[in-house]
Design a protein around this ligand. Structure first.
Ligand SMILES: [Zn+2]
Length: 106
């Protein structure tokens, strides 16, 4: 159970409430940056063995959230996970989508 006084909560509502997040493989926001920390639990994202290699980040990739904290806090923070480029899940069944469009009109 997650309670209001969870140790990981330190005012993140002010800048992370309701934001859009990408679920991607870890990639630093710029070349000078080698690693990032989860905004909640502080776990390290780093492309070396023993660190997190995948997680949720803001569109600019400056803020990262690990999978555990994401699932613990998603109800509270109302995050919107947006499609990443190269994710073709929505394009895989174009016929299915076409059929849905057609059925709306009848
Ligand atoms: Zn975390």
């Amino acid at each position: 159970m997650i309670n209001k006084n969870d140790w990981r909560i330190m005012g993140q509502e002010e800048y992370l409430f309701g934001v859009q997040l990408l679920h991607i493989k870890y990639k630093p926001a710029n070349d000078r940056n080698t690693h990032d920390h989860c905004e909640f639990c502080g776990k390290t994202f780093f492309l070396l063995e023993g660190y997190l290699h995948c997680g949720y980040c803001t569109e600019d990739r400056y803020l990262w959230i690990c999978d555990v904290c994401f699932s613990d806090f998603q109800d509270r923070f109302k995050w919107i996970v947006i499609q990443t480029k190269g994710d073709d899940r929505l394009l895989r069944n174009p016929e299915e989508y076409a059929n849905k469009e057609n059925s709306k009109e009848t």
